[in-house]
Design a protein around this ligand. Structure first.
Ligand code: GLP
Length: 261
């Protein structure tokens, strides 16, 4: 795992956008795994800004797979993660909506939604780069504490903590759906490169547990320690709980110029 200690959310967004663009330049038909939530928004805005300025790569060959989706929202609800990712990233980049995927939360399809999503990801050749955020309790996508470390895409029940964290998007705690579909931890681990971004002091404990704590279902994000190519981008506030921060900074400063993230 590479821990990249950065200063501000803007710098995290710049480096994350660089990593995504570098892949799409190298592989115009890249398969991107996308996180929602507020943390990746500055990264997505940086990508859109560069695209509008004409300095970004061509996006029309890219396919995207969302990490997760709420269950029980009316079709087209503005907080559905598919609607969110189209609004916040893929529509402004001009990616055809047919290339933008998410788990199917329709009531009738629920029993097979996980299996079908796994098959779609596999048919696309797997995810090249998975953007990840982290919950304040260490959750990854919507894999709450206690999730099986080998889990596939499936239905999950949100904790009160996560519903309360996400109430700001819905206006109230009660309006946040109780059920979700989420890529499993096993699904996420199959992506070829994981890029976790965390900003702000509220994420400091979760980042410390994920990076320096034991690998455990009690902190789903700790599975990044098992992945052969994981990059963690943090601002100073999110890094403030890390014991080995000085060492990570030394390693990053001494990074060979030929070595990519
Ligand atoms: C949400 C999402 C996750 C996200 C996390 C943190 O509930 N399902 O994919 O990484 O919680 O969200 P935020 O970035 O808004 O803090």
């Amino acid at each position: 795992m590479e821990l990249v200690p950065l200063t501000s959310p803007e710098e995290v967004a710049r480096v994350a956008a660089d990593i995504v663009e570098e892949l799409v330049l190298r592989r115009p038909d890249a398969v991107l795994g996308l996180a929602t939530g507020s943390t990746p928004l500055p990264t997505y805005r940086a990508l859109i800004r560069r695209h509008e300025q004409g300095s970004g790569p061509a996006w029309d060959g890219v396919r995207t797979f969302n990490l997760d989706e709420y269950v029980g929202l009316p079709a087209g609800h503005e907080q559905s993660y598919l609607a969110t990712i189209r609004r916040e990233l893929t529509d402004p980049l001009g990616i055809d909506p047919a290339r933008v995927h998410g788990p199917d939360p329709s009531q009738a399809g629920l029993p097979t939604a996980g299996e079908r999503y796994e098959a779609e990801i596999a048919a696309a050749g797997g995810v090249d780069l998975q953007v990840l955020g982290i919950g304040t309790n260490g959750h990854l996508a919507f894999n709450e504490q206690g999730s099986s470390l080998g889990s596939p895409t499936r239905i999950k029940t949100l904790t009160a903590q996560t519903r309360s964290d996400n109430a700001r998007f819905f206006g109230s705690f009660e309006a946040v759906p109780l059920h979700v579909l989420t890529q499993g931890i096993g699904t996420i681990l199959r992506a070829r490169h994981l890029v976790l971004i965390a900003t702000g002091a509220a994420k400091a404990d979760a980042v410390a547990a994920a990076v320096e704590g034991p690998v455990s279902a009690s902190c789903p994000a700790s599975v990044l320690q098992l992945h052969p190519h994981a990059t963690v981008l943090v601002d100073a506030a999110a890094a403030s709980g890390l014991e080995r921060l000085d060492y990570y900074a030394e390693v990053y400063a001494a990074k060979p110029s030929w070595q990519r993230h």
